[in-house]
Structures are given as C-alpha cells and as structure tokens.
Design a binder for this molecule. Sequence first.
Ligand code: ZN
Length: 724
Amino acid sequence: MRNVHGRLGRIATLSLSLVLVGGAFAQGRGAAFDQRRAEVVASAAGRPLASARAGGPAQTLAAFLQSRGRDAASVGALRTAETRTGARGMTHLRVEQSVDGLAVYGAYAKAAFDASGNLVHLIDRLSRVPAAALAPARIDAQEALRVALARLHPDAQASLRPMSTAGNTTVFEGGVFFHEAPTVTAVAAPLADGTMARAWLVSTWSNARNLLNHTLVSGDGEVLKVELRTASDSYNVFPVDPGKGPQTIVNGPGAGNAQSPAGWLAGRSEKNTSISGNNVAAYLDTDHNNRADAGGTKVTGGNFLAAANLAAQPATAVNQAVAVQNLFYLNNRVHDILYSYGFNESAGNFQVDNFGKGGAGADPVSAEAQDGGGLDNANFATPADGSKPRMQMFLWTGPLPTHEVVVSAPGINATYGAKGAQFGPALTTTGLSQAIVASSPADACATVSAAVSGKIALVDRGTCDFVTKAQKVQAAGALGMIVANNQGGTDTFVMGGTNRRVTIPSVMISQNDGAALRSLASPKNGTMRLKAVQPLLIDGSLDSGVVYHEYGHGLSWRMIGGMSGPLAGAIGEGASDGVAMLINGNDKMGVYAGSSPNGIRRFPYAGYPLNYGNVTGAEVHDDGEIYAAVIWRLIELFPADTGRANLFTYYVNGMNFTPSTPAYEDMRDGILAAVAVGSNPGDRCTIWSAFAQFGIGVGASGVVNPDGITVTITPSFAKPGDCP
Ligand SMILES: [Zn+2]
C-alpha cells in the first residue's frame, strides 16, 4: 500500500465499472497471443549441437539458430539477458529479443555450453521478428491500464494519473487499492498468426487479495493474455498442531519457486478428501485399501479452506477434509524445506516430475490421512527412487478409555477404564461377561496352566508380545483376555499386533487398576466392553511433528540407503525426530497426537539423561532417542536463523557422506564431512562437542553382533585434542 505524496485526497478516483462499458475492448478483433510451447533441442550423447565459435557463446548460439533457418532479423534481435556459470565449467546463457527498442514479450532462449564453449542444449522460445518497423499502437499506456483493470478489478477505485516514465515503463498513481503502483510497459507482442505488434504489458498488484497480474493488452485495446503471478491455492491448516495455535490460511507457492517449480497443486479440480500435486497425493484412507476413499466434494479454484471442529470426531466430513488439506500442506512444506537443504531430485526426493534435474520421477508421496490400518501411530515406507513411498497417518486414541471392565466381586462393584487391541474380534457395547481368572504364568508367555477355560484371563504385560499372550490363553480355552499394564501407573494404550488366529477379544487396563482387580476377592465376574460414549479421537495428520518424522524416514532411506537393523533402525528413528525438531524447534515429539505434555518419547530431548552406552538394540525408538538427543543439543548450540540453516545443511548433506546401515559414529562423521566442505570449518568442534556429550566421541563404536539383534557399544566422551 502506498499513499503517493500524501495527495490522495485531491486525486480523482474513478469507478471503472461506471466509466467503462464492460468488455468494450475485449472481444472480436481476432488478434491472439502466440502460445507456442518452447522447443527443447538436446544433443545426442557426446555430440554437441554446435561447435564453439570465436566470439563466444552468443555467437555460437546465433550461428546455430541461423543454421536452423532463423532469419537475420530474428537473430539480430537477440539480447543477452543472463550468463551463469554452472557445474563442470558449463555456461548457461539466457537471451531475449527486442525490436524497435521494445522487449518481445515472452520470447527467450536458454542455451547451455560445455567447458569448451560447444553448444550442448537449447530451449528455444524465440519469435520471428519482422524486418520492418512495427505500426504504432492505437491506444496509450493509460488506456491500456484502464482495459486491464476493467478485466481484472472492475470495481476498483483507481487513479489512472501517470506519475513517472522511465524507458518504456510508465508508473501510475493507483491509490490504496494497490499494493504497489501499477505500471504499464510498451512491448512487442508475438501473435498467433506469426506477426508481431506493439502492445502494453500492464502490471497490477492488489492489496486486498494480493493478486499480482501481468496483463498483455494489444495496441488495439484487446486483452491478449492475463498472467496471475499469485499462487491462488490456499489451505486452512494447523501450522504446527492444534495445541500450538489455531488454523491459519496459507497460500501455496505457485509456479516458479525454486523448491516446487510447478507449485503444490496439480490441477484446479480436486476433491476435499483427495488432493494431488507434484510432491504428494494426500487422501483419506479410512478403509485402509491404500486408495482414496470414495466420496468427498469437488474443490475448484484450489482453495482448501475447511475449518476444523475439534469438539467433534475426526470422522465428521469437515474434519476429514481438514485432515487431508493439512496433510497435503505439511508434506509440501517439509518437501520444500528439505529441498532447500539438499534433498532434491538428484538426491532421490519424492516428485512426479523431476524437471530434468536428475533422479527418478514418478514418486510423489502417497499420504494417507486417517488410515484405518491402525491407531496411535504412523508409518512411512520408502521404496527405491522412482517408486512412490507411502505415509500412513493413524488416528490416536487420546488419554481417555475407549473400553471398560466392569467387575462385581463379593462386597464390591468396580469399573476400570480400558483400551482395546488391534488383533482379535472387536468388542461391542454389550461385550463379554464371564468370571475373571488370573493366568499362570502371570505373563502368559508360556503354556497357561491356570483354569481359564471358558473364562476371561487376567494377564500381566511384559516378556512377550500381546498376540503371543492372546494365543496362549486362547489355547487354554479362555474366551477373553484382560492385560494389566506393568508400568506407567494409570496408562493404557491400544495393544498392537496382528494374527488372524486370535479369535478372542482383549483389552488393556492400567497398572494400578490391574493391582486393584487382582486384589479383589474371588469369585469375581466381569464384563469387558466398548464404552457407550466414545472419547474424541485425535488426528495425527494435524500434528506436524509426526508428519515430519515420517517424511524424515524417506529422507534417510533415500539419501543414506539401508536404515534397518538395531543400530541403523534406531538412527532412522532419531534422525526423523531430528527433522521434526529442526523444523519446529521443539524438543518434544508427538505432544498433540500422543496427548502427552512431555511427548511420546521416554524423556524430552532438552537435558536428555542417557547416552550411547544405554543403546541396547532392544527397541529402535528408545535407542533412537540417543541420536535425536545429539541433534537437539546441536540445535541448542547452533543459534537461530543462520546457524540453524547451516546445521540443517550439514544434517542433510552429511547423509551424502554416510555409509548405508550406519552406526552412530558414521552419522557423526558424515556431518563432519559436510562441515569440511561447508564455509564454516569452525563448526567442526561444535559438532564434536554434541556427539561427545552423548558418548559418541573419539573412539566410540557401535557394532551389531552376529545374531543381528544385539549390539556392542563402546561409548566415548572424548573430543579431538584441538577442540576445547
Ligand atoms: Zn519412525
């Protein structure tokens, strides 16, 4: 917005809709803009298109164009717009055309020359320039602005007073309607019939909707072309998660930005439950068939603006649309961030179109919102470059029980909150009523000797997995299983696992409730059932930390290679937490999804108490915490903004220097190698100090034992002698 010279009050503004007869100039004279696509001329392997000429790349290009039949006037109209030096000594030349002192609108060529000056690649979108002078325009610049505004903003209150002219460009007053004063530039316009004519290029930028338009108006007053330079796709999203701030409308970057040259959105006709773009296809997959669910409503214009109702279940139509638009946004955001730090096409990133920049395309992320395949988790599968990875975001059950166990024993009636299991049949609100008998052995990891046949077996968590316990008590004839947690006091969670041979239902009650149930006098009869009123589920697609973590798996798999096994698998988990922390600057993971103020890891990463010596090989997320703790320490040590950007660069580029299936010290060395090729070699000791603090110092080593399961860790807290 600008108030030119403070004189706005005295300047006549006019309502264009009153002044102009709508469309008076817009139709009917036949001239059309030349919409040809650029022609790409690539050299056959090893053979340049043209040999170097004396006089350099511009001369080489001119001669080549003439050899392809370009006339002298068109070649003579070339002007060098940009010369860049690229990789391996290549020169990238961009030329445009001008005629009668006017730029030819839309005409350009991009030519690449090898280190010897030979032309090896050409993108040709040049126009045929007439030898004779162009006829004068019939309208002036002010009239051209009037025509453009009548098309774009017919109700605008605009001042068409010319303020200044420099070269071919006139600046107009505009007024408060505009973000910047409108300009009109005299140009030459190539037309579809092969002729060329004087025209006006009108640039307008509105305040209210941030609409930046370039409108090409012919010398006869016809609108030849309107280019909207504002990304019009918009998304109503939780930028971090619903606990960290409200939904906010953000715009996609539109075409032409460095990270997503085609913008985020593929088409203008998408559904609110299925949105596709070059980087990700996000869709609802409640039926877990790995395809977009049927239904949804069409969204035209690229505006995904559903407003969440967090007091309602995620399964409501509006909240499903919110999940998909949020997941689409978060995937694009992490794509663009990681791209800027080096996870680009040649590094194997995830895109439909790689724009000729290396790597294999056709592999956008398939991001499945509210995936019906599980609860309280998320996952990411990374196939080879050129195949689509899949991100599955589950719903989370929150802290409140979904099930209950109602017990009547001599002298007492009690109700215990519970959570269900992913295996076995689902319980109804009627549920299963039977006598409750404690298993022997209590953990039901071996053949059950207690008389649980026809009863509900009470089992302790621990030693073996939940499916094994279910199979053991089922084999002893039990009709249902109650698992008592063995840690966490009041905690319960959905028991994971799959096995179609489990035919009995199971629930988990808390450690405290398990002790209470055990202490009740027998006989005790109980009912295990689904609660009639279900607590609100929580949508993982709204938790950016979870989405970034999952995407981080794709980053480490594609850039490092194998990330499986007890050590590399743990590093993959920790490195994924690292991606989320580097973006969000938050040391706690899954606070929103996991309904846990300290997040879903054992400790917050600030002041993390464990080190490399605590890595056991038993559980990748637990062991991964130690790697993530190093990354958090580095985030603390690299101050915000420039330091963080440098760290992020080391983090991503370091993966280029890291062997497949790494140990923790391999990750350290990769990051150190990235520092060595960076511009701040002094960061080396900072990297060492964070790793050494967590036992990954000089001489530290981690080895996966021959069993492939256990690990031998030698921690070291030493830094190199030259690091303070
Ligand atoms: Zn993970």
